[in-house]
Design a protein. Structure first.
Length: 592
């Protein structure tokens, strides 16, 4: 149930031998690249006539999956846990949920998809009709990358795997890289590569021999508006969050969870304890940081087993390469030795900061976003578009990249039309920032073997939030109060709050390092890591990144760095992110 990839030969070319060669070579690469862990269970289906192959892997974190068959020659696979609830709204069987999603996709009857509350993606092959269908959950949390041209369709749940399947190198798309440079991500279904897209939230992509059809079984624009006073809202949020937790905890008596110094992970641990579960918690943090100090203070108050691993400053600077799941695999011991060879589930607070906390949003931006869409308004919402971009970008490209990014955002913004206009900025972040929030995690899930349970990403919980006026959520107005709804005392020790939001009402410990401090990633360690980044990039003279980044500026930055000037380390980090996105390889080696 973890990941999949495949190839659909849409049109027969004149050269049958070439068709077979491409098919068989891609199949061989799929077998070798889909999972880098030999312990993972693998399945494959090769259609008659070599029109399509589908290769899957399962780490067994939830249950050992397999192909679903609606008709003898039709086949489907579901990755993740769709959580299609029974009539009580809570109970669900993971295998039956996946079967309902597979059947809904095969028969084009989306009722199970509409009811789903979990995170998943799915593929269905209708052999007799030569139709391939791909589907994403309501936020598209689990990615499906699709390379599509007139002759063929390659697809995979990892961009690394997709690149390995293709018989040619991907070509960077100028408009896609413009979005990434200015917004640190792409918009909607866009990627930085030509002919490559990702499935969109609540979307179904149907590909035939000569047809392409994009439909949606769910739209966040259609969430009905409702009203609730502060106290009722807080109580309902707690009720729905507990339902979200119980849905995911069925059959469990003991669970593992992350626990930091913030609000999100403590909320998840609190919900698990309120459900009567035994909890082991894992803290991965820099010594004396707020995550370290505040996480430990809470752990001492709660009836949990607590594990802490202290990272060093260099680890903290690795950012994208420093994944929680990979470090949990190394430093958070499994409950049994057997667990080392099978997948694990860890509960995570991902989704809480935007979903309930509404970070990035203020009264001013919410009001601005609710007005008519035009370039002037977009520039106010995204002031980075009106400021000089990084010196690392080639000067002759800056103007056209900026114009392309503005045009893309204006067009994308027009597609967001919730029934509550104040919700427009929230829906934007939900369907972009949150949609791609865990894509790096799923790139490496074959190495980590860890699935996240994320009750903040429960679709019913999020729909309730999206139905209400935004004001009650801004600056953590309701979040601080909401912690008091839990039966366990998670509101009796201080927590870390975002700058500009309502502060924690409890006094903070002295001599604690704040991650918001300007010197958090600085100092000698920061300079040394920046030097490593620049040296490794400059050694790669053949990278496609040099079409967009100026090598002379990177060389100058490297020299300045060696002279001890540390004020420009952010430029090396910007260059690294563009380099990694284009090249599909990380500057730092990931831990095995």
């Amino acid at each position: 149930m973890t990941g999949f990839c495949g190839y659909f030969n849409r049109r027969e070319k004149c050269d049958a031998s070439q068709n077979k060669r491409v098919f068989r070579e891609s199949l061989a690469r799929a077998r070798s690249s889909l999972s880098r862990d030999p312990n993972h269970q693998r399945h494959e289906h090769v259609d008659v006539g070599e029109r399509l192959f589908l290769v899957t892997f399962d780490n067994g974190a939830w249950w050992q999956g397999g192909f679903f068959r609606n008709e003898p020659d039709d086949i489907a696979w579901v990755s993740g846990n769709p959580l299609v609830p029974d009539s009580d709204g809570v109970s669900n069987d993971p295998k039956n949920s996946a079967w309902q999603v597979a059947k809904a996709l095969a028969t084009d009857t989306p009722s199970a998809l509409i009811k789903s509350a979990g995170s998943f993606c799915a593929v269905s092959w209708l052999s007799s009709r030569n139709i391939l269908r791909l589907c994403a959950d309501k936020i598209a949390l689990r990615p499906v990358y699709v390379y599509l041209d007139e002759d063929s369709c390659f697809f995979a749940t990892s961009i690394r795997v997709l690149r390995s399947l293709l018989p040619m190198d991907l070509e960077v798309d100028d408009s896609g890289i413009a979005e990434f440079i200015y917004f640190s991500q792409n918009l909607g279904r866009k990627t930085i590569f030509k002919n490559v897209e990702v499935l969109t939230p609540g979307g179904i992509l149907e590909i035939g021999r000569a047809t392409i059809r994009r439909t949606a079984y769910f739209s966040w624009n259609d969430v009905p508006a409702r009203k609730a006073d502060f106290a009722d809202c807080s109580r309902e949020l707690y009720r729905l969050f507990m339902i979200a937790t119980r849905r995911r905890a069925q059959g469990c008596t003991e669970v593992d969870a992350f626990l930091t110094g913030g609000m999100d992970s403590r909320s998840v641990v609190a919900a698990l304890l309120d459900c009567g579960l035994r909890v082991r918690a894992f803290n991965y943090s820099y010594p004396k940081s707020a995550d370290d100090v505040l996480g430990r203070m809470l752990a001492e108050k709660l009836p949990i087993d607590y594990f802490c691993y202290h990272s060093n400053p260099r680890d903290r600077l690795k950012i994208n390469a420093d994944y929680f799941a990979l470090n949990a695999k190394i430093h958070f011991p499994p409950r049994t030795p057997h667990s080392e060879k099978t997948g694990r589930v860890i509960w995570s607070g991902d989704g809480g900061s935007v979903g309930l906390g509404h970070v990035y949003m203020t009264e001013e931006t919410a009001a601005l976003a609710s007005g008519p869409t035009d370039e002037k308004r977009i520039l106010k919402l995204f002031p980075g578009l009106d400021r000089p971009i990084s010196r690392m970008v080639r000067r002759r490209l800056v103007g056209c990249l900026r114009s392309s990014a503005i045009d893309a955002m204006v067009e994308h913004w027009k597609s967001i039309n919730p029934r509550q206009p104040s919700r427009k900025i929230f829906i934007y972040y939900l369907l972009n920032d949150q949609m791609r929030h865990l894509y790096h995690h799923y790139e490496q899930i074959d190495l980590s073997g860890i699935e996240f349970e994320m009750p903040f990403f429960d679709m019913d919980f999020l729909c309730y939030i999206a139905s209400l006026d935004i004001d009650v959520f801004l600056r953590h107005k309701i979040y601080n109060h909401w912690l008091s709804e839990f039966a366990v005392p998670v509101d009796t020790t201080p927590w870390q709050a975002y700058p500009g939001h309502e502060p924690c009402p409890l006094p903070m410990p002295e001599h604690m390092l704040s991650q918001w401090a300007t010197n958090w990633y600085g100092g000698e360690t920061g300079a040394n890591v920046a030097k490593e980044i620049l040296d490794m990039m400059l050694d790669d003279s053949k990278s496609a990144v040099w079409k967009y980044l100026d090598k002379k500026w990177l060389l100058a930055l490297s020299i300045v760095n060696r002279l001890g000037v540390r004020g420009y380390n952010y430029e090396s980090d910007f260059a690294r992110k563009v380099y990694e996105e284009i090249g599909g390889k990380l500057v730092f080696d990931l831990p095995k």
